[in-house]
Write a protein that binds this ligand. Structure first.
Ligand SMILES: Cc1ncc(COP(=O)(O)O)c(C=O)c1O
Ligand SMILES: [Zn+2]
Length: 382
């Protein structure tokens, strides 16, 4: 059985501040969204140039916890050895960051390791979240590792593999008609009242786990970042997390203050593309998408609370956003899997369609170094 010592917070963690209005919040109690404006909270650290020299990392643990100086937890984190996933060379200056190798087969493990650790540090005994599938599986696994009671709600058409996985880990599963937005609403109305809600960007710590993808890219590309990052976007935690990490990497002296950042490409499905629509219309926030539909279930997030942060990250990095036709996704998954040997998920199939289109248009140049995220295994969708 796992050790049940409570995790402790990183002494460098100074507090939480609202991404939108800046209001300070105390991290020593459980927090959700900003009490003033209702938008997501960010985790702040007292870090300076030289606090995390890359030369110190070589001998560290092969998980995301190698970046402990910039993570919320100092000791006794809830871990299943998440992160430090391979960057697979796919030829032509393209790499696939294979997040399918994480515990529970998706990048959601990163966020849940951090969020469950923080909830545990604050004395939680129960956690809840709505999910498109992969986040629920990850929460169920980390909840089991921490001996917490877990309740998840998912759309009723979520792939069976995701649902059964949650049950395997002992979670209580509710299936709800509609999308993840309906699942979230259902939990707020009917879910357990004594549980910590770890919904995407409605608590501050999942993003901290996700941001380590950017730190890993820097190490794996020998102290450089790619020119372009193609990221299938639902709630946007990975995108926002990596963008936050780039800011920290500047503070730590890993990046020059004026060095260009990788251009982010946010990829969505044509049947649910609020970030693409917001980007194309020049808006500074996303509007809810009506009648959201796609079989890339992780992208079926009609009203992301962090939509304004995705738009900020795209604009600040000179990036772009692409909506991909549903009919192109499944054939591209098959073609990509057969060409690389990587078991890619539909969300990554969408990302690959976007990359091919951006190469054809010249937006991605032949000399660009490109990283595409395989955010999860395709296995659970079959
Ligand atoms: C496989 C997969 N890819 C991408 C996403 C979207 O991730 P994010 O919410 O970080 O934008 C999800 C979310 O459910 C997912 O499961
Ligand atoms: Zn606020």
């Amino acid at each position: 059985m796992p050790d049940h010592s409570l995790p402790t917070f990183n002494p460098r963690l100074t507090g939480l501040s609202c991404f939108a209005c800046g209001t300070a919040h105390d991290h020593r109690v459980i927090q959700g969204v900003c009490r003033v404006c209702g938008l997501p909270l960010r985790v702040d650290y007292a870090i300076r140039h030289g606090d995390l020299p890359v030369s110190r990392l070589g001998s560290r643990v092969a998980s995301l916890w190698r970046y402990r100086e910039v993570l919320p937890i100092a000791t006794d984190e809830v871990t299943l050895a998440e992160g430090w996933t391979p960057l697979v060379d796919a030829g032509d200056g393209t790499w696939i960051k294979d997040e399918a190798r994480n515990p529970t087969g998706s990048f959601k493990a990163r966020g849940m390791s951090a969020a469950v650790s923080a909830a545990r540090a604050l004395g939680a005994t129960a956690v809840v979240a709505p999910s498109a599938g992969n986040a629920a599986g990850a929460l169920a696994a980390y909840g089991a590792a921490a001996q917490l009671s877990v309740t998840v709600a998912m759309p009723e058409d979520t792939p069976r593999g995701c649902i059964e996985e949650c049950r395997l880990y002992g979670a209580t599963v509710h299936l709800v008609p509609g999308t993840i937005a309906d699942a979230g609403r259902w939990l707020r109305e009917h879910g357990p009242t004594d549980a910590v809600d770890v919904s995407t960007l409605r608590e501050p710590y999942r993003i901290e786990g996700k941001k380590t993808m950017a730190y890993e890219l820097y190490e794996q590309l020998d102290g450089q970042l790619p020119d372009v990052i193609v990221y299938p976007t639902g709630g946007g935690t990975g995108l926002v997390g990596m963008w936050k990490a780039f800011g920290e990497m500047r503070t730590l002296g890993w990046l020059d203050a004026n060095a260009p950042l990788p251009r982010f490409v946010s990829v969505q499905a044509a049947g649910c593309a609020p970030v693409v629509r917001g980007f194309e219309s020049g808006a500074d926030r996303t509007e809810p998408w009506v009648d959201a539909q796609t079989q890339a279930y992780g992208l079926r997030v009609p009203s992301p609370i962090g939509g304004f942060l995705c738009l900020r990250a795209l604009r600040e990095t000179g990036g772009t956003a692409c909506a991909v036709a549903e009919a192109d996704i499944a054939p591209t998954v098959r073609r990509l899997a057969a060409a690389t040997g990587i078991d890619v998920c539909p969300e990554t199939g969408a990302a690959w369609v976007a990359l091919e289109r951006l190469r054809a248009s010249g937006w991605v140049r032949p000399s660009d170094r490109v990283v595409v995220f395989n955010t999860g295994t395709g296995l659970k969708y079959r």
